[in-house]
Design a protein around this ligand. Structure first.
Ligand SMILES: *[C@@H]1O[C@H](CO)[C@@H](O)[C@H](O)[C@H]1NC(C)=O
Ligand SMILES: *[C@@H]1O[C@H](CO)[C@@H](O)[C@H](O)[C@H]1NC(C)=O
Ligand SMILES: *[C@@H]1O[C@H](CO)[C@@H](O)[C@H](O)[C@H]1NC(C)=O
Length: 312
């Protein structure tokens, strides 16, 4: 274990707790915001929209072959909403994401794999979601996990790959170096970041992560937090996107978390972003995959109608 980062993140979180707390007063309601918790508390801080989105480093093509982009269309008429999420490839046909990315009124989900830019790129694969399953215990900041089944198989290549799940006994990973990736946008009202971005950080002990969230919610063992200290202003990935271990020279990356929530401008005030801890949901993932693949009674599975039924 790497002690120095742990000490640094401890200090960083404590100081951010003091610095950030007075800002947590004005609630707003943006139900499908990327990090709705985030939006709830930081409304008084008015940074430019650019500083909110741009940050981290641009990813190299193929650096995160497990990363997908998801465009989720929900609602009808005036209630219609299009939002943007990330996800991680588990198999040729199954992607894991956050439950809050898939509201109950979802009509259509388009998935883009093999793309650094989700604009035209020859390596991009565009697929549609046939069905999905959301964790039955999902409520706001808990059990924020969902699986989607694609309409056809992804073609795996150096730009499109599955990410491995952690072993059951992976432990709390405190102090481990991890990386989050995403395009940093939550809605398609305007352009998203032109290229995938990423930022590296360290896993915090949960009791430390709890401090800044003390009056807001309970951080439990099904959450994993990372330090917001190191890269100010750059810690935002997309909801549903991966928090993974750093890929070793000959090893593979492992999926540690799913981007779930944080404070708005988390990183500007060093507030730690929070992820769904994948190791806490290995049983649920296995069961959900079997349901989606028809190997088990599809009790929680919801189907989306095919695009042919919609007007062009
Ligand atoms: C926040 O910033 C935007 C863009 O810079 C500006 O138009 C808006 O008036 C600001 N809002 C507040 C409350 O200062
Ligand atoms: C799957 O969805 C994609 C994107 O909408 C579409 O181009 C493709 O034809 C679909 N494949 C099948 C087998 O339905
Ligand atoms: C890395 O992933 C590949 C493909 O999934 C797999 O065949 C290989 O065994 C993995 N390597 C390690 C060290 O886990």
């Amino acid at each position: 274990m790497d002690y120095l980062p742990v000490v640094l993140v401890l200090l960083g979180t404590l100081s951010s707790c003091l610095a950030g707390a007075p800002r947590t007063t004005t609630p707003t309601t943006t139900p499908t915001d990327e990090l709705s918790f985030q939006a709830m508390v930081a409304a008084p801080v008015n940074f430019s929209s650019e500083s909110r989105i741009v940050g981290g480093q641009a990813a190299n093509p193929g650096q995160f072959p497990h990363q997908v982009a998801m465009v989720v269309e929900a609602g009808e008429g005036a209630g219609r909403e299009t939002s943007f999420c990330g996800g991680s490839i588990l198999t040729e046909t199954i992607v894991v994401t956050a439950a809050h990315c898939i509201p109950s009124e979802t009509r259509k989900i388009t998935v883009y794999a093999g793309a650094n830019s989700i604009h035209d790129e020859p390596t991009k694969q565009e697929l549609e979601v046939d069905s999905f399953i959301v964790h039955g215990g999902f409520s706001k900041y808990r059990n924020d996990i969902a699986l989607v089944l694609l309409n056809t198989s992804l073609q795996f290549n150096e730009r499109v790959q599955a990410i491995q799940l952690p072993p059951k006994d992976v432990g709390a990973l405190v102090g481990s170096k991890v990386v989050m990736s995403g395009w940093g946008r939550t809605t398609t009202h305007g352009d998203i970041s032109p290229v995938l971005r990423y930022v590296e950080s360290y896993v915090l002990p949960n009791p430390v992560c709890q401090l800044p969230y003390l009056l807001l919610m309970q951080i439990d063992e099904s959450h994993v937090c990372v330090s917001g200290l190191f890269k100010k202003g750059t810690c935002m990935g997309d909801s549903g996107g991966p928090l993974s271990t750093i890929k070793g020279k000959d090893g593979n990356a492992t999926l540690v978390g799913i981007t779930s929530f944080g404070m708005k401008y988390s990183c500007l005030v060093s507030w730690p972003p929070v992820f769904t801890r994948v190791a806490s949901f290995l049983g649920w993932i296995e069961d959900g995959m079997e349901q989606l693949q028809g190997k088990r009674r599809p009790e929680g599975v919801k189907h989306l109608s095919r695009s042919t039924t919609r007007t062009p």
